[in-house]
Design a protein around this ligand. Sequence first.
Ligand code: PA5
Length: 456
Amino acid sequence: MKNLDINISNVFPFISKDRFEEYDELTSYHIHQLHQRKGKGANFLGWLDLPSNITGESLREIEEVASELNKKIDVMVVVGIGGSYLGAKAVIDALSNTFGMAINGRPFPKMVFAGQNISEDYLGELVDFLDDKSYAITVISKSGTTTEPAIAFRILRNHLEKKFGKEEAGKRIVAITSADRGALRDLADDRGYKSFVIPDDVGGRYSLLTPVGMLPIVQAGFDIRKLVDGARKMEEMTRPGTPFWENPSAIYAAARNALYRQSPKTEILANYNPKLRYLAEWWKQLYGESEGKEKKGIFPASVTFTTDLHSMGQYIQEGERNLFETVISVLHPQREVCIPREENDDDQLNFLAGKRIDEVNKKAELGTMLAHVDGGVPNILINLPELNEYYLGQLMYFFEKACAISGYLMNVNPFDQPGVEAYKNNMFALLRKPGMEEETEMIYKRLKKKTEKPDM
Ligand code: PA5
């Protein structure tokens, strides 16, 4: 069976091969640091051997809970933000039918997400949508105190309890949180919700292979065992001692780091399949939160081609030369659609007649890559044989491992996110949260000063 592979030949017009070879030793050092738990953030490395450590029993428990819930619902609401929803959303979107049709004729609940914003319109419309549906809630928060999911969960819990009564509502709620900390853990224990634990040593954005990702994915009808198998294969392909040129995560981390040191500060993750849009959102969170600190880090951006060639394409081709591109190319589509021949060729498309849509897409991909490289944009190519659970498992573990190596190459802790607190502190002070009286006074004084007219 083929595996994910990486091609960096279009990086070499921009950095020398000799310089790149220096990363052989460097990445090998950081991979050892990672595995020997000697680097920064070493108490958050539970994800590293998660694929090989997952037991059949833990997977079975997740599958059983999902299947029991699925018997009585037509909609599943997953409440969470950041790492507590993006992994599941990425996999579900990548594998689902674009127009919501059933997979292999089997009915699975419609998956909807909440708690990933504080939009009143979003929540109001969601409640309207759920009014006549049989639904259940999976609420996910490692800290158990994050405001966005907490608000959404309170609103939805109230709605569910009104609709089905407290007892039945309790049977329709699953909480995924820490073993012994946070308001959500207390709530789950007090009210007797079924719950799963997020291990302390696995951070949100690395939590795909814990119940955080697994429960929603299996509820949506996808095979979590294949996802784990794919991740396991990638764990094997990137383990310490693997020669540099055979370790895709080391090559990716090295290429982006070498480019970053040379000049580009923005990486654009491009795909040619709109099903990968949320995979890009997951990747942006993984890299943005892991690297963007201490005034360092590559800014992660994303595009879906060819759609965005008609918007961002202009900038990428001719704008400021401060970026490089990483393309995820899916080699074989799931479907076969050919362009038909027409007798009179009014639309002048007969030169494409008989060709598969994917052939046109692949030529767009190749043509774009050549044009962007000519325009001064280095290109990293990640080939994925197919879009299925197994290769998504490979891809996502590949990115996680590369992200950790990359963070170490930048000498930052890739497993914390201290900067996320700044907005929260201001928001709580503005909302007059008890215990923040001093901050509240200061922030309102500051705002008053800003609006006062300068003395004449
Ligand atoms: O990657 C992370 O750690 C964060 O993005 C968190 O997942 C996010 O902030 C949500 O946190 P929590 O699960 O504690 O609600």
